[in-house]
Design a protein around this ligand. Structure first.
Ligand code: SAM
Length: 233
């Protein structure tokens, strides 16, 4: 039976690919990619030429079937997404879920590497022995509830936000009691040329980003409630 390797790829800096990931990308019979243009750039950087197969959040059954057929024919495949670890707030997990329905014995091998949330936590300076990862806030319906529920969460919280909604997210956070006073870290364009780390309250960071104009990709980390309690004591 063929193997499916789940390979974490860089979140910006193309050098952040593990040696094992690089070796396996060079050895497999084909690569399943979220956006073939993004993956092609990585492969060109490393001089790898491979057949690419696409998949995305709304992949049709027949695309998943095609991948299943290749695996059944004995082709070893790698799955990568546009950035970081497949399955973490991207369509990678759905493909694995669908493949396992028809191929429960499929050998799936994780090749660990970059992830934006973990990278953010590693420099945030908040306790991360226990944290809450919330992915992306909903765009419309449920968005207010998403932030309101954060006010009741005690541990360090991490979530992803897009360029278009980061100001709105900071505004919503700065309007909520039990959230507006918590220290936060906003990490922009991690590992890339314009990497910036903002530290302060939601209102303070909002003012900075309004001045600079928000550009790029963002991770938001919120300090745990116990930091506030320690300060108050
Ligand atoms: N699977 C990816 C991972 O392991 O981190 C996450 C994919 S999710 C579709 C993309 C989101 O992750 C972006 O909108 C942003 O919030 C965050 N992200 C990815 N790369 C980033 C970077 N270099 N700097 C800051 N945030 C990043």
């Amino acid at each position: 039976m063929a193997k499916l390797f789940i390979i974490a790829t860089p979140i910006g800096n193309l050098e952040d690919l593990t040696l094992r990931g690089l070796r396996i990308l060079g050895e497999v019979d084909g690569i399943i990619a979220e956006d073939t243009r993004v993956t092609q750039k990585l492969l060109e950087h490393y001089g790898i030429k491979k057949s690419l197969y696409t998949f995305h959040q709304h992949s049709l059954e027949k695309e998943t079937e095609k991948i299943a057929r290749l695996l059944e024919e004995g082709k070893n495949l790698a799955l990568v997404t546009d950035a970081g670890t497949p399955g973490i707030s991207d369509p990678g997990g759905k493909l694995i879920e669908d493949l396992l329905k028809t191929m429960p014995d499929l050998e799936i091998i994780p090749i660990p590497g970059p992830n934006a949330a973990i990278t953010a936590l590693s420099v945030a300076g908040f306790p991360a022995d226990h944290f809450l990862f919330l992915g992306f806030p909903p765009h419309k319906k449920g968005r207010q509830t998403f932030f309101r529920e954060m006010t009741e969460a005690e541990p360090t919280i991490v979530f992803y936000e897009s360029t278009h909604r980061i100001l709105k997210a900071l505004e919503q956070m700065s309007a909520l009691e039990n959230l507006r006073e918590r220290p936060i870290v906003v990490l922009r364009e991690l590992t890339k040329k314009f990497e910036t780390i903002y530290r302060g309250t939601a209102a303070e960071i909002l003012a900075k980003l309004q001045q600079e104009g928000p550009r790029g990709e963002f991770v938001v980390v919120i300090g745990p409630v116990k930091i506030l309690k320690q300060k108050a004591a």
